[in-house]
Design a protein around this ligand. Structure first.
Ligand code: ADE
Length: 426
């Protein structure tokens, strides 16, 4: 039985805590690197008394990150980084079982989402963990007087880092920000294998469709797109890639995929996934070309990759909900039905549970160590976007290998000497 919460919160139902706790502990079994960090944090207290807010998808994995930060001595408050990604039982358990204030409800309106951001800022954070940079942007726009209280921030996604860099270029980023996404132990695994698997999981849970034999159009061939394409092919789909970057497009060709502009892909696809981080990459002209029954979804951070306002304008009526997270629009001009999943929000978190814990283990190890790094180097880092030192990345990978029971080779003294010399050739 969970204790009566001693903190303020805004969650759907505190009575869901018992289910959430069981699931948080289940995920923890797959997060050995984060567990080791938590144990060290508990004894060293590197975050003692630090006021921290984490704007993240409120999942079982994020709960284990929050436990780690709390073990390190931080006073953490959590808010959702997306209106549709919260796991309500997890939010309840964090409040009831760990005494962590959480403001997040699955399906909350944009107004509630924004209110939660401001409630979290009322807490006067010294460290901000952000996922998409909404908190940092709101802080800069609305709370100029609080900026000096901030030691630094950490950023989880590609989209958020692009936004932070734009803030730095505009001269408005007054504190250091750790680009967690840019760590190799983050994007090479989370973006590729995490997004690859969880995106297909979301599509399948929402629709129960068979992928084998279908044409899957992946818009964007960054690390996330590579993962979706790889896993889509593994399930028997014919994968088509749409790209704007010639290097990534050549890579997709040599990885064995068909590459074509979205205006051509629109007519051949059965299922479309956007993972570009840009707006309206599937626009009205593309919807008009699609087959009857085409399924469209997004796995990029924000819900602007699909022009859904434009799609509504092409349709004679409001969309019909066919199943949870499945809405059908009908285009007046040709009668074609276009099926949109998860309201254009991240399908892997809207209709499934996001990336599995085993991959979030490394992402959130990077988050925990980035927060520690910021606190340890308080006042020493320049404003702007920073990378965690390479050794930390290598250490996380080493711990992951150890947890997997895999050992690797080390260089011999002779090899080290060879690598440091230039005299020896043919
Ligand atoms: N982003 C993608 N998957 C996630 C997860 N399981 N938890 C938190 N953030 C995520």
């Amino acid at each position: 039985m969970s204790a009566t919460p001693a903190v303020e919160y805004d969650v759907r139902d505190i009575g869901l805590a018992a289910d959430g706790k069981r699931r948080i502990e289940w995920a923890e079994r797959e997060m050995p690197v984060l567990r080791l960090i938590r144990e060290r944090f508990a004894s060293e207290q590197p975050l003692a008394g630090i006021r921290l807010i984490a704007c993240a998808h409120i999942t079982t994995e994020t709960a284990n990150l929050a436990r780690t930060l709390q073990a390190g001595g931080a006073e953490a408050v959590l808010i959702a980084s997306n209106p549709l990604s919260t796991q309500d039982d997890v939010a309840a358990s964090l409040v009831a079982d760990w005494g962590i204030p959480v403001y997040a409800i699955k399906g909350e309106t944009t107004e509630t989402y924004n209110r939660h951001v401001r409630t979290a800022l009322d807490f006067h954070p010294e460290v901000i963990i952000d996922d998409g940079s909404d908190v940092v942007a709101t802080l800069i726009k609305e709370r100029a007087e609080q900026v000096k209280e901030v030691i630094g921030t950490t950023e989880e996604t590609t989209t958020g880092i692009v936004r932070l860099q734009a803030m730095a270029n505009a001269g408005v980023l007054a504190f250091p920000s750790m680009a967690v996404n840019n760590a190799q132990t983050k994007h090479l695994f989370d973006n590729r294998y995490g997004t690859g698997q969880s995106t297909l999981d979301g599509i399948i849970r929402a629709t129960n469709i068979l992928l084998a034999g279908r044409t899957l159009v992946v818009v964007g061939y960054g690390w996330c797109g590579k993962g979706v394409a790889l896993r889509g092919r593994g399930m028997g789909a014919n994968v088509v890639i749409a790209e704007i970057d010639p290097i990534k497009a050549v890579e997709a060709v040599m990885d064995g995929f068909r590459v074509m502009p979205i205006r051509e892909a629109a007519a051949v696809g059965d299922i479309f996934v956007t993972v570009t981080g840009n707006r309206h990459v599937i626009d009205t002209t593309h919807f008009e070309q699609m087959k009857d029954g085409a399924i469209v979804c997004n796995s990029g951070h924000f819900d602007l990759e699909l022009n859904l306002i434009g799609l509504r304008e092409l349709s004679s009526a409001d969309p019909i909900t066919l199943r949870p997270f499945v809405q059908e629009y009908q285009i007046s001009a040709n009668g074609h039905r276009i099926i949109v999943l998860g309201e254009g929000r991240l399908i892997n978190l809207a209709a499934a549970e996001g990336h599995p814990a085993s991959v979030m283990d490394m992402s959130f190890a990077n988050q925990a160590l980035s927060v520690e790094y910021l606190v340890k180097h308080k006042g020493e880092l320049q404003p702007g976007v920073h990378l965690l030192p390479r050794e930390v990345d290598a250490e996380i990978a080493g711990l992951k290998l150890r947890a997997l029971g895999i050992s690797i080779d080390t260089l011999t003294p002779e090899q080290i000497e060879y690598m440091n010399s230039w005299e020896t050739g043919t």
